[in-house]
Design a protein around this ligand. Structure first.
Ligand SMILES: NC(=O)C1=CN([C@@H]2O[C@H](COP(=O)(O)OP(=O)(O)OC[C@H]3O[C@@H](n4cnc5c(N)ncnc54)[C@H](O)[C@@H]3O)[C@@H](O)[C@H]2O)C=CC1
Ligand SMILES: O=C(O)C(=O)COP(=O)(O)O
Length: 602
């Protein structure tokens, strides 16, 4: 059966019957069966029995809260559960306590590692992240241990945006430095002359929930706001008077740059020596997103050379940063200790949002903000399980083929099947394609519950098409096709004759395979990562690329060549286990017969 590791399949159906407060039996029923969990972590008979005993005794579940949570949320939790607020636990203390808890609520300061799930002895059922980013939670380990992870993605948006604006203004006017100087008994009016915001260009990098709210506020300050977000619809930006531009245009024309993208493999160290070199001398940078989007050593170099005049940072690669951090101590850098979400109002909102989600999850219901737990009927899962991984991977491939700046609006998913139109429930597959399309570019986690809502919220229209095949419907599906319309591709050969980015795949021997890119037939197993090359068809190409990858110790797991006609163009697809370094990719691009190539992460 195809791996379903990133999608924790939960068999629970919402029940209308009233349950006792702890509803533990519903949990015992709603855990995934062993065969559907990659780690094989199904509830043991002992666990189910202990949950049943808990329910029979009418015992309240125990919720451990390890970081400050708003009172309104704590009150909601106390009506339903025993609440243990233990702040500042060491990792060892957390591991000791967790075996006595049914749910855990954290913010960004608690590392919920694999050891936490292992130490829980199977009792921990829910982890609630009172905020957006869940980079401090080992979601894969949670999934393997049958533990649902929920977050609170909307209640702190405004707080983060306001903090971005606060940092922008205080940086421009040296508020923090001047404050420290006056308190030290000095009166340095000439030293702390600032710069004005009005009429200056602000580039918003990442035009999502927080980025768009920062843009609105900066317009009110009289700034000229531009934005870069390869995936946000341009009309949403236009509606508030913001122009969407390319990455290079944004960073090279801005006087101020404010970062609001999620930390993903694609955004990691997005501001680095190369990108700082393209910026206007004297640029000022605000980061309330995640520390990892900036190469901090490169930022120090850019501050030293004067490319960056000032920076204001709320987030750091390592939190808290080391006490002797040169960035923190730098006189042109303003810092706050990850305060973006820390307003009374946001924390009350987040606390209520997370309390509701955790209580719902403890009852066996599933919140729309569940990160790893969609609710799918068992019959649909068993039939479509082999295609689940394929659907997500096709979505992931398709979005990575979009050229920056295009903005995506319209995606068509085609299901080729000999089944009658009413005989195939495609909700799970559509959700998986949506998950593949949205997760690589966003901090949102997509599941069956929130997939359609999330797509709609992002202005993404996903339509489905049945491709009718003749013959007996032995398999539920022959192949799945994903097409993105009205965009340009960073790999021109991925465009179909009718002008969409098109990828197509099927399940072979239980494994997802890519079978078509644009109008080229290919054949590669969708595991690890992928290099696609368009080349002039000629002997020796596989050897040339293979030896570059070999020198870099990159293991090739699959290779295939599909061509239009001998000696004409061919598409070479190469599956690799490791990510080749930049130099190796550049060396591949420099092979004369290669006309274009792209590296895609699955
Ligand atoms: N400092 C703090 O306390 C807080 C920090 N955050 C962080 O702020 C960030 C944004 O959060 P939201 O706006 O809620 O997320 P969101 O998902 O609504 O927006 C993120 C946007 O970034 C865009 N994006 C993805 N890849 C990109 C790329 N390569 N270049 C440019 N844009 C790209 C996406 O298309 C999306 O529009 C996240 O990293 C989140 O963790 C959020 C709340 C509080
Ligand atoms: O919600 C987020 O992503 C944040 O960064 C806020 O973190 P916090 O809850 O304040 O530790």
């Amino acid at each position: 059966m195809a791996a379903v590791s990133s999608w924790n399949l939960v068999f629970a159906q919402p029940s209308k019957e009233k349950r006792p407060p702890s509803s533990s039996l519903s949990w015992a029923r709603s855990f995934p069966s062993k065969s559907h969990l990659p780690g094989g972590a199904a509830p043991t008979a002992g666990r189910a029995a202990s949950l049943a005993v808990l329910s029979l005794l009418g015992a309240k579940p125990t919720v451990l809260v390890t970081e400050k949570l708003g009172d309104a949320g704590l009150d909601l939790l106390r009506d339903f559960a025993n609440v243990d607020c233990s702040y500042n636990l060491s990792p060892e203390e957390l591991c000791t306590k967790i075996s006595l808890c049914d749910a855990l609520i954290v913010r960004s300061g608690t590392k919920v590692s694999r050891e936490v799930f292992e130490s829980s002895g199977g009792r921990l059922k829910v982890v609630g992240r009172a905020g957006v980013g869940i980079d401090n939670v080992d979601v894969a380990a949670a999934t393997e241990h049958g533990c649902v992870v929920v977050n609170a993605p909307t209640a702190n948006t405004i707080a983060a945006a306001e903090h971005g604006i606060a940092l922008l203004a205080s940086m421009a006017r040296n508020i923090a430095q001047a404050d420290a100087s006056v308190k030290a008994g000095k009166w340095q009016r000439n030293k702390y002359v600032g710069v004005s915001l009005v009429g200056k260009t602000l580039a918003i990098m990442g035009f999502g929930k927080v980025g768009s709210e920062v843009a609105r506020r900066a317009k009110g300050l009289g700034m000229l706001v531009i934005a870069h977000d390869p995936y946000a619809p341009a009309d949403r930006a236009r509606a508030i008077g913001v122009e969407m531009v390319s990455f290079d245009e944004a960073i090279s024309t801005a006087d101020f740059i404010s970062l609001h993208m999620p930390l993903t493999p694609a955004t990691s160290k997005m501001l680095n020596d190369d990108t700082f070199a393209k910026m206007k001398k004297g640029v000022r940078i605000v980061n309330v997103a995640r520390g990892g989007v900036i190469d901090e050593e490169a930022l120090l170099r850019a501050l030293a050379s004067g490319i960056v005049a000032q920076a204001a940072l709320d987030v750091f690669t390592e939190e808290p940063p080391p006490q002797d951090s040169r960035l923190v101590q730098h006189e042109n850098v303003t810092v706050t200790p990850h305060l973006g979400a820390s307003t009374t109002e946001a924390q009350e909102g987040v606390a209520i949002e997370i309390a509701d989600a955790v209580i719902g999850a403890l009852k066996g219901e599933l919140a729309a903000t569940a990160v790893n737990a969609p609710m799918v009927p068992a019959e649909v899962i068993s039939e479509l399980a082999p295609y689940v991984d394929l659907a997500e991977k096709l979505g992931r491939l398709a979005i990575q083929l979009v050229a920056g700046g295009s903005g995506i609006k319209s995606v068509k998913v085609g299901y080729a099947s000999a089944r009658g139109p009413d005989d195939l429930d495609t909700r799970l597959l559509r959700a998986m394609v949506t998950k593949g399309l949205i997760e690589p570019i966003s901090s949102v986690f997509v599941n069956l519950v929130n997939a359609d809502f999330t797509a709609k919220q992002r202005g993404l229209r996903i339509t489905e098409e049945r491709i009718m095949l003749d013959g007996s419907p032995e398999n539920a599906l022959e192949y799945i096709q994903v097409q993105i319309a009205n965009v340009e591709s960073k790999f021109a050969s991925a465009m179909s004759e009718s002008g969409e980015i098109r990828v197509e795949g099927k399940v072979k021997d239980g494994k997802p395979h890519l079978t078509m890119v644009g109008s080229f037939g290919v054949d590669v197993s969708l595991e690890g990562s992928l290099i696609l090359c368009r080349q002039i068809d000629q002997p020796g190409m596989i050897g040339k690329v293979g030896s570059i990858l070999g020198q870099e110790n990159v293991n090739v797991n699959y290779m295939s060549v599909g061509r239009t006609a001998p000696g004409k163009q061919a598409i070479m697809t190469i599956g690799v286990d490791e990510e080749p370094c930049r130099e190796a990719l550049m060396a591949i691009g420099e092979i004369p017969a290669i006309e274009e190539f792209v590296f895609l992460k699955l």
